[in-house]
Design a protein around this ligand. Structure first.
Ligand SMILES: Cc1cc2nc3c(=O)[nH]c(=O)nc-3n(C[C@H](O)[C@H](O)[C@H](O)COP(=O)(O)O)c2cc1C
Length: 187
């Protein structure tokens, strides 16, 4: 192995691909939407999901005012939408109007954008500044899913059916999984 003590962590694309999502929120005045490659579940019970948002993002303050957010998983075919949402700011543009984002409001008042195969409707729990990002986490109060894309098991498990997830590789590059690489190690 080679050692490298000087490296650009922002360009550590070797740790990608990673799943990319779109988070939305509404603070009663402005609707926010941003793309996020830094997101992760934190707890099964209660179900907790987290997103890592740079404080300079317009969406950052909207989410912390609203104290709710929704996390959207879009199919690979909508990678163009993820890229658009992640390259313009709500500070200058109403993304919901300009990108024609059809949506409805969840009971938590989160905008739920049509076309996602899975959406986690989250209620804020807490946040902490981690370096130059804010880790925000919330309890998943409900999920929305596209029944053509997601299968519901007897145990309420949700599994991808006829949909290819969107993965991000950095520098505007997107990919998806190749199911021919699937290895089933357990019955
Ligand atoms: C694929 C992709 C992934 C991104 N991941 C993150 C992320 O994890 N955290 C973050 O703060 N910004 C991330 N961004 C940047 C924001 O989505 C982008 O700055 C967006 O325009 C912010 O919008 P806003 O200013 O309306 O909040 C990502 C952008 C793209 C295109």
């Amino acid at each position: 192995m080679k050692e490298k003590l000087r490296f650009n962590f922002r360009r550590l694309y070797a740790s990608y691909p990673r799943s990319v999502v779109v988070a939305t929120s509404y603070d009663g005045e402005r609707k926010a939407a941003l793309s996020l490659v830094w997101h992760t579940p934190l707890s099964f019970n209660p179900p907790i999901y987290s997103i890592s948002v740079a404080p300079k993002r317009f969406s950052h303050d909207v989410i912390l005012r609203a104290l709710t957010f929704a996390v959207h998983f879009f199919p690979y075919e909508r990678a163009d939408l993820v890229e658009r949402i992640g390259t313009v700011s709500g500070r200058d543009t109403d993304k919901f109007n300009t990108l024609g984002l059809s949506h409805f409001m969840s009971p938590l008042q989160n905008p739920i954008i049509e076309g996602a195969y899975l959406v986690l409707d989250c209620e804020y729990m807490d946040h902490i500044l981690v370096g130059d990002h804010t880790l925000i986490w919330g309890e998943v109060k409900r999920v929305y899913y596209d029944p053509h894309a997601v299968e519901v098991g007897e145990d309420d498990g949700l599994e991808l059916k006829a949909v290819r997830p969107t993965l991000y590789l950095g520098r505007g590059r997107y990919a998806t999984i190749d199911l021919s690489s699937l290895k089933k190690m357990r019955s």
